[in-house]
Ligand binder design. Structure first.
Ligand SMILES: Cc1ncc(C[n+]2csc(CCOP(=O)(O)OP(=O)(O)O)c2C)c(N)n1
Length: 557
């Protein structure tokens, strides 16, 4: 058998894993790899900053369900990936990050562009590897993909010293992975599933609390079946949006800090919570001691470490959410939830999500119009801040993998490169990044990437000329002392778009919103929409940090 060099082995391995798109950036330590990729049948998207590569790979992974792949060179290239890797780790997104490294003989010598990236990323990767032997390369890559996509998914980093990329070896790709220390549990314990079914049959005020695990395990259909069979309302976490149709009569929308009032009331008064692929984040629970005080809790999750971590669970079920729900659906019988649903209906009527419609252009109106124009069929990414919460509240996500947002890490600058990744994975889809003016400026350079690869993403900047969410906290909790949150010194976004070869539109009035959105959707170019919104608009309802879910601040004060 003829030999290949390490870089060629990497490329052949990526092809064996059916990798179709890679996002990355060049550099000395990865030259052999880029040379090997030059002729490969893999689309390469050259970003303008490595953070963009990691977020694009993440957006590609979240929207397609495949493993996202990014590449950076050693040292600064690798460290620029870190925020994107941490973002993927916190949200359990399958990703492979390939980094160049100085030659093995120079590791530890402070060689030019050396950084201990496996050390740096140990706490923010599911696993990572420093490959020291070219003969180990194929097996390592096989394992890395397996770890990234199975169990609770996550990012895996592979650090490739330059001499490993140039060393020669026979290419033999393993057909299976054998790792004794890594055995995710895929099937729930039948006894526990029976207990859960029994609890559901006797409950009168149940709520399903669905998280990102529903989406990553592809269990949306099973979740819908459970909800409809048992007449149990469903509330979702930020990452769970799309896991259950947002326009369904049983949908309560999002819960937690900026969730709907009716979701937070329902959780607080429920007698049974069925947590599915969710991890009881503090943005969801509010004050832990007062979270769902009357409820028994069933928790279905593939990660045993997530069970009883933040909230004590009564019926733990470790397993793949889809598998567990399939078994549960066979056993489950509905309890009597009619009175409960009537009560929830009343809450929904009394406390709808709403906003003051008078006066200046409102961000909520813009998001509602994006929903109308795209008929709920777009892939929406968000940045972080008020824009993210308005996107979560006022757009209804009908299908899984249509809402991509940095939940766990809350990474400003995520949405635009993630939109690029999503568009690369779905060339036919309409993709919107709902952005804040602060966040968009964190990765604005990727406009060049979107233009170069003809990825017609739409960026809707809800431009309040503030770091809005922080300003909101300053208004509410720091007596309006707006310390360093005024960002009114900003570029003209229309001109920036045009300078990059994209389209730009300025929108200052309601009447201009729809025509702008229609123009953007029809355009074959990336479009930046600068929506000049009311500067001091707030996100409501709001549970102040550390308060109980019932202590929501009114929206229409
Ligand atoms: C990288 C990063 N830095 C800082 C923060 C803290 N932070 C959270 S929201 C926010 C303001 C976001 O402002 P903008 O993007 O304009 O969005 P808006 O809230 O106005 O919609 C900041 C600074 C963060 N989440 N991420």
């Amino acid at each position: 058998m003829s030999k290949l060099n390490g870089a060629q082995i990497v490329v052949e391995s990526l092809l064996k894993e059916n990798v179709e798109v890679i996002f990355g950036y060049q550099g000395g330590a990865v030259l052999p790899l880029f040379d090997a990729l030059y002729d490969a049948p893999i689309k390469f998207i050259l970003v303008r900053h490595e953070q963009g590569a990691a977020h694009a790979a993440d957006g590609y992974a979240r929207s397609t369900g495949k493993v996202g792949v990014c590449i950076a060179t050693s040292g600064p290239g690798a460290t620029n990936l870190v925020t994107g890797i941490a973002t993927a780790y916190m949200d359990s997104i399958p990703m492979i990050a390939l980094t160049g490294q100085v030659p093995t003989a120079m590791i530890g010598n402070d060689a030019f562009q050396e950084a201990d990236i496996t050390g740096i990323t140990r706490p923010i990767t599911k696993h990572n590897y420093l490959v020291k032997e070219v003969n180990e390369l194929a097996k390592t890559i096989k394992e890395a993909f397996h770890i990234a996509r199975t169990g609770r998914p996550g990012p895996v980093l592979i650090d490739l010293p330059k001499d490993v990329s140039t060393g020669m070896a026979e290419f033999k790709y393993p057909t299976e992975v054998r790792m004794r220390s890594y055995n995710p549990t895929y099937f729930g314990h039948p006894g526990q599933i029976k207990r859960a079914a029994a609890a559901i049959a006797t409950t009168s005020r149940p709520v399903i609390y669905a998280g990102g695990g529903v989406i990553s395990s592809g269990a949306a259909a099973e979740l819908k079946e459970l909800a409809e069979k048992t007449n149990i309302p469903v509330t979702m976490t930020l990452l769970g949006l799309g896991g259950f149709p947002g326009d369904h009569a049983l949908s309560l929308g999002m819960l937690g800090m900026h969730g709907t009032k009716y979701a937070n009331y329902a959780i607080s008064e429920s007698d049974l919570i069925i947590a599915v692929g969710a991890r009881f984040d503090d943005r969801v629970t509010g004050k832990v001691d007062e979270f769902a005080p009357h409820a028994k809790i069933i928790h279905i999750d593939i990660d045993p470490a997530a069970i009883s971590k933040n909230i004590e669970v009564d019926i733990p079920i470790v397993g793949d959410v889809g598998n567990v729900l399939r078994e549960l659906n066979k056993l489950v019988k509905p309890g009597d939830t009619a009175a409960w649903l009537a009560k929830i209906e009343e809450w929904k009527k009394k406390h709808p999500l709403t906003y003051q419609k008078e006066g200046e252009l409102k961000p909520q109106y813009v998001v509602e119009q994006i929903y109308e124009v795209t008929k709920g069929e777009a892939i929406i990414t968000t940045e972080v801040g008020q824009n993210q919460m308005w996107a979560a509240q006022f757009y209804k996500y009908l299908k899984p993998r249509t809402f991509l947002s940095s939940g766990g890490l809350g990474t400003m600058g995520y949405g635009f490169p993630a939109a690029i990744g999503a568009q690369a994975g779905h060339p036919e889809a309409v993709v919107f990044d709902i952005a804040g003016d602060g966040s968009f400026q964190m990765n604005i350079q990727e406009l060049a990437t979107a233009v170069q690869y003809k990825l017609p993403v739409n960026i809707a900047i809800l431009n309040n000329r503030y770091l809005g969410m922080v300003r909101q906290w300053q208004e509410l909790f720091f007596k309006k002392r707006y310390a360093q949150t005024d960002i009114s010194v900003a570029p003209d976004f229309v001109k920036v778009a045009e300078a990059y070869g994209a389209e730009g539109i300025l929108i200052t009035k309601e009447e201009e919103v729809r025509p702008a959105l229609q123009q953007a959707v029809a355009s074959s170019k990336p479009v930046v929409m600068d929506f000049r919104i009311a500067r001091e608009e707030n996100v409501f309802p709001m549970v102040p940090a550390g308060a109980a879910l019932t202590q929501m601040i009114e929206g229409m004060a």
